[in-house]
Design a binder for this molecule. Structure first.
Ligand SMILES: [Zn+2]
Length: 398
């Protein structure tokens, strides 16, 4: 079986690389993924997928096999922008290959992964997909603007899988979690008066300034987790309102990005912020909301809370992923690790508690970077992994 998969990956290697180039050449910023979705749809159909759906949000879902165990591979197919052409040494949308690297926006993060997943599913179908398995390939949209949002709709409306593999870059290692985050705004009210009579007012900026310093102090004492590290709190923006700049301000507002480690959740973070307030009675803490239209015109929204998640190291999916990765990369010292950034795992594992791991071509440090690239040699290896994993997973859960 393993040999047969290797042979077929070899047979399709040039097609896999050519398709990866085409994916990079098809620009797909959040809310503008329609053209890439059509490209993926036609490839899935060409390769004989059993079902191809574009859901109401605009995610694409392809399926091979019809078994009771639903395994889903997710790759978000949107990218951050690359309009700063002057900072790139290559055209970010040319799909140029040099020195064994495919350059371009989305090459590592992470839309090239979906090409490997699609060919992995095709190879699986060609050698005979195990009767227990349904394999879904999800090309999810708008992840860069709000991780997990579009996946949330797909899991509620189209398919709720039993196991998830995320194609975010892992350098072909197996990842099993990352920190969460909550984004809040804190508003403190004061009372305005003429700047010549500050004693008649109540300066909202002075109160907020102390709150900001309290948050800074508090963050020093966040607890350390051996696997995910320490949480953080960053006051990232500040604004105020006053009748004029010759008045005492009656309102001050800050935004805080709070990264959450193991054991830290939205509610605990808000409690901590409450303890930092100087004037509790006149202050409010709100979790921000993300809302936007997808390329299909659907209005989607979610509060900006992204739960921390970890899948235990001895879980069958982690074991299956690790074993598969070692077969694909013999003698390369495969690691089990975690991302420093956030992924759609906040929905699959964080909200739905569906066992999830990461395995993807490319490196995390290249995500959002100028001259982003993926090693071309990662592509056949990732494809091999995606074709072989269902067999290894079945061995572990039987
Ligand atoms: Zn990503």
């Amino acid at each position: 079986m393993e040999e047969r998969i290797k042979e077929l990956v070899k047979k399709y290697e040039n097609d896999i690389i050519a398709f990866a180039k085409k994916i990079v050449q098809t620009k797909s910023y959040p809310s503008y993924e329609g053209k890439l979705v059509k490209l993926l749809e036609s490839k899935m159909k060409e390769l004989g997928f059993d079902e191809v759906i574009i859901d109401e949000t605009g995610n694409i879902i392809g399926r091979v096999g019809n078994g009771p165990v639903k395994l889903l591979y997710d790759a978000h197919i949107d990218t951050v922008q690359a309009e700063d052409r002057e900072n790139w040494s290559v055209d970010p949308f040319a799909g140029e290959i040099k020195d064994g690297k495919l350059y371009g926006r989305g090459s590592s993060d992470e839309k090239v992964a979906i090409g490997c997943m699609i060919y992995g599913a095709k190879i699986l179908k060609e050698i005979g997909i195990p009767k227990e398995i349904s394999l879904y390939i999800l090309g999810s949209v708008q992840e860069e603007d709000c991780d997990g949002l579009s996946m949330y709709y797909t899991f509620n409306e189209v398919v709720k899988p039993d196991f998830v593999v995320l194609g975010e870059p892992t350098s072909l290692d197996v990842y099993r979690g990352h920190k969460g985050r909550v984004e809040v705004e804190i508003i403190t009210k004061g009372k305005s008066s003429h700047a010549a009579h500050p004693d008649k007012g109540d300066n909202a900026i002075y109160k907020m300034a102390q709150t900001v310093l309290n948050i800074k102090e508090m963050a020093k004492n966040f607890k350390e987790d051996p696997f995910l590290g320490k949480g953080t709190a960053v006051v990232s923006h500040i604004e105020s309102k006053a009748p004029s700049i010759n008045s005492v301000p009656y309102e001050a507002k800050i935004f805080v990005d709070r990264r959450l480690t193991v054991g830290e959740i939205k509610e605990s973070a808000i409690k901590e912020f409450e303890s930092c307030l100087v004037d509790k009675a006149n202050s409010e803490i709100r979790v921000l909301t993300y809302e936007t239209r997808s390329w299909k015109g659907r209005l989607i929204s979610q509060e900006k809370y992204f739960p921390t998640w970890i899948l235990e190291e001895d879980h069958p999916l982690v074991r299956a992923g690790f074993e598969t990765a070692k077969i694909v990369r013999p003698n390369e010292g495969v690691k089990i690790s975690r991302w420093t950034f956030s992924t759609n795992g906040v929905t699959s594992m964080g909200r739905f508690h569906i066992p999830s791991i990461g395995f993807g071509p490319g490196d995390e440090w290249l995500a959002h970077a100028v001259d982003e690239y993926v090693r071309v040699s990662d592509l056949p290896k990732a494809t091999e992994f995606y074709a072989l994993l269902p067999f290894k997973l079945l061995e572990k859960i039987k």
